[in-house]
Design a protein around this ligand. Structure first.
Ligand SMILES: Nc1ncnc2c1ncn2[C@@H]1O[C@H](COP(=O)(O)OP(=O)(O)O)[C@@H](O)[C@H]1O
Ligand SMILES: [Mg+2]
Length: 266
């Protein structure tokens, strides 16, 4: 296993938000966390990257490639974040500063992660843009000049430039229309094949679970109510809550949202 979360709880002064959660992600695996809004998915994923809001306390253990992450100092953790664990967020717009070009974002990411040669940063950035199907002209463009789908692709490209072992993707298609969202996930799946990275994929969309995940965990009110292989859970959910979620999911099993088949052919 590349990531093992063991009995992790996250609390505010008033209450326990994530309660005794354990899960593990294998090398190269696509692991989904599914659950309604407010169930603690984002906080759990932020705990892995030492990114929790300061008013929250975390207990338990998170093992990642031989390190116990919760016991690392911020400084020790800096060597892990970005290079070995990278994030992509739902709110791609806020990952970009409006008055800086896409190229400057790449450049800064690579520089803060130790790529000191400016020429190499430029070459790697342009290569990375190309590798997610974006034109190298975008290097000079500002975020507002790109569509939502292009920006999310750019953020995937940035996250993958340093070949992380684990990519944490938190609701990355939620802010996109379904066609762009689908393209972004197909890209992610392709990049995963190429790089072999594991993906911790947070979603509330069962279609995406069915299409991409290997295993998954279902979260409700801060707890994991059920976890296991995708087919077992989708076809034979055990927990009442999982059954409800799957039943409530629109057009599950039809694969792609309507209209996408056409796009696929292009
Ligand atoms: N800094 C915080 N302090 C207290 N409660 C918080 C904080 N951040 C989030 N929460 C609460 O924790 C719960 C889980 O949040 P979150 O992990 O964002 O849920 P999800 O990603 O599953 O929608 C929510 O009820 C949210 O309001
Ligand atoms: Mg969330």
């Amino acid at each position: 296993m590349i990531l093992s979360i063991e009995q992790v709880s996250i609390s505010s002064r008033e209450n326990k938000i994530v309660d005794n959660v354990s899960l593990s992600v294998g090398e190269g695996e696509w692991f989904a966390i599914v659950g309604q809004s407010g169930s603690g998915k984002s906080l759990l994923s932020q705990a892995i990257g030492q990114m929790l809001p300061t008013n929250l306390k975390v207990e338990g253990k998170i093992h990642f490639k031989g390190s116990e992450l919760l016991s690392l100092s911020r400084k020790q953790f800096q060597t892990i974040r970005g290079k070995k664990i990278a994030y992509i967020f739902q709110d791609y717009q806020s990952s970009f500063t409006p008055f800086r070009t896409i190229g400057q974002h790449f450049d800064e990411y690579l520089r803060t992660h130790g790529v000191s040669d400016a020429k190499r940063r430029r070459i790697e950035s342009i290569y990375a843009l190309g590798s997610v199907g974006l034109d190298e002209n975008l290097y000079k463009k500002y975020p507002f000049q790109l569509s939502g789908g292009q920006l999310q692709r750019a953020s995937i490209a940035i996250a993958l430039t340093l070949s992380p072992d684990l990519l944490i993707a938190d609701e990355i298609t939620t802010a996109l229309d379904s066609v762009s969202g689908h393209r972004v996930l197909e890209l992610l799946a392709k990049k995963q094949k190429e790089t072999g990275c594991a993906i911790l994929f947070i979603t509330h969309d069962w279609r995406h679970v069915r299409r991409y995940a290997n295993r998954l965990a279902v979260m409700k009110d801060g707890e994991i109510v059920e976890s296991g292989g995708k087919h077992r859970i989708l076809d034979h959910p055990k927990h009442e809550y999982t059954k409800q979620l799957i039943e409530a999911a629109p057009i599950l099993g039809q694969g792609l949202p309507s209209g996408l088949q056409e796009v696929e052919k292009r």
